[in-house]
Ligand binder design. Structure first.
Ligand code: GAF
Length: 379
């Protein structure tokens, strides 16, 4: 990837800039809890966005996307928003830095990535974190703190890309640490690193290759449901709700809102249970919670799809310890916790069965928990 970016940068802009990388993320448990003030438990993965960047002495950004073979040029004022959706991520990051009083000047950039698009692995957060971190380094002497970098990415989604996402993806991409998961309290923003090297198990993502676009998906509607219920309960977020409170207003809200909130209330407890189980080496509990999350996401939160439910069924049949849909939903991957000795047979079976039903194999990505956004130093 480095070589092709260097070459593309040199051909377009001549010479060389500085290389920055930022990863996608996976999440062990804690889905749709971030925008409800709950807990999440993600880690950064070894799939990255990489950008070569150099100030160009103008007030314009000139950007080349290697993967899309597309070029965009835009100014830094609000009225200069580019039309291409990929370029709006970069523009949005620049604007959000400026809105916070940070400095951004014109730059040239060529970038590429190997985070699969639409797989629920947060390629967009990786792109945002990569540019936020680079702009912080190049123009701001790294004076913007890391939480603010994550918020810059999140605000980019809200204000320039139409997705009212929570903070999990950008947080994971910025704060990721090799071999560690992070339990983040999305209300207080306190977090803790948990060493993660499960003995005798592998974690693997199985990608249905069903594409999801959160902006077109009902993601924002799920968030709106949760906010409605919280408002009805007179609390800021569902973090403070219990099943008793929810049951007490059951007849005042729609059945749909009830089930959305039920999932969130149950899910926030599961994150804590999984963290404790992980520390105790109790992988059966981790796995059971993962299956419960899948069930809730499929039946109550309704963000699964036929292909993902099928992947979950196959995992169960193969004796996989834990399996669930991961990320925002509406396509993408399942995350699976598999005993070493079951790994190969599971992968063979899931490929065969899925292909027999849908005509193509799912893609397999072993999870390698990696570092967060950084300058690229020939690792
Ligand atoms: C998407 C969002 F971007 C995250 O903020 C989070 O809500 C996730 O879906 C679901 O847990 O990745």
């Amino acid at each position: 990837m480095k070589e092709k970016i260097n070459k593309a940068f040199n051909e377009r802009f001549s010479g060389a800039g500085t290389l920055y990388v930022a990863p996608g993320r996976f999440n062990l448990i804690g889905e749709h809890t971030d925008y409800n003030g709950g807990f999440v438990f993600p880690g950064a993965i070894d799939k990255l966005m990489m950008a070569e960047i150099r100030p160009n002495g103008t007030d314009k950004v000139r950007a080349y996307s290697f993967d899309l073979d597309d070029y965009a040029e835009f100014g830094l004022n609000e009225a200069d928003a580019p039309t291409q959706s990929w370029a709006r991520y970069i523009f949005g990051v620049c604007r959000e830095v400026l809105k916070r009083g940070g400095k951004v000047e014109g730059f040239d950039t060529a970038f590429a990535g190997n985070v699969p698009l639409g797989a629920g692995l947060s390629s967009s957060a990786a792109l945002e974190s990569c540019f936020a971190n680079a702009i912080n380094d190049i123009f701001n002497d790294n004076s913007i703190d890391k939480f603010e970098l994550a918020r810059i990415g999140q605000s980019t989604e809200h204000n320039y890309c139409g997705v009212n996402c929570g903070i999990m993806d950008q947080f994971a991409s910025v704060f990721g640490k090799k071999d560690h998961l992070m339990r983040l309290d999305c209300r207080s923003m306190e977090f803790e690193y948990f060493p993660f090297k499960p003995e005798g198990y592998k974690l693997v993502l199985v990608d249905s290759v069903v594409k999801h676009e959160l902006a077109d998906s009902p993601y924002n509607k799920r968030r709106a449901s949760c906010e409605r219920v919280a408002k009805r309960l007179g609390i800021e977020t569902l973090r403070d709700a219990t099943m008793e409170m929810l049951d007490a207003i059951k007849t005042d809200i729609t059945a749909e809102d009830y089930f959305r909130a039920k999932f969130v209330i149950e899910e926030k407890e599961r994150v804590l249970a999984v963290c404790d189980a992980l520390v105790a080496g109790d992988y059966d509990t981790v796995g059971r919670c993962m299956y419960e999350t899948h069930h809730g996401l499929s039946k109550d939160y309704e963000v699964s799809c036929e292909e993902l439910d099928y992947l979950n069924d196959i995992a169960k049949e193969c004796g996989v310890t834990g399996s669930r849909i991961m990320g925002g939903g509406f396509g993408g991957c399942t995350v699976n916790l598999v005993k070493d000795e079951l790994y190969e047979p599971f992968i063979a079976t899931v490929k065969e069965k899925f292909k027999a039903r849908y005509g193509h194999e799912p893609k397999i990505y072993p999870v390698v928990v990696s570092d967060g956004a950084r300058i690229y130093e020939n690792q």
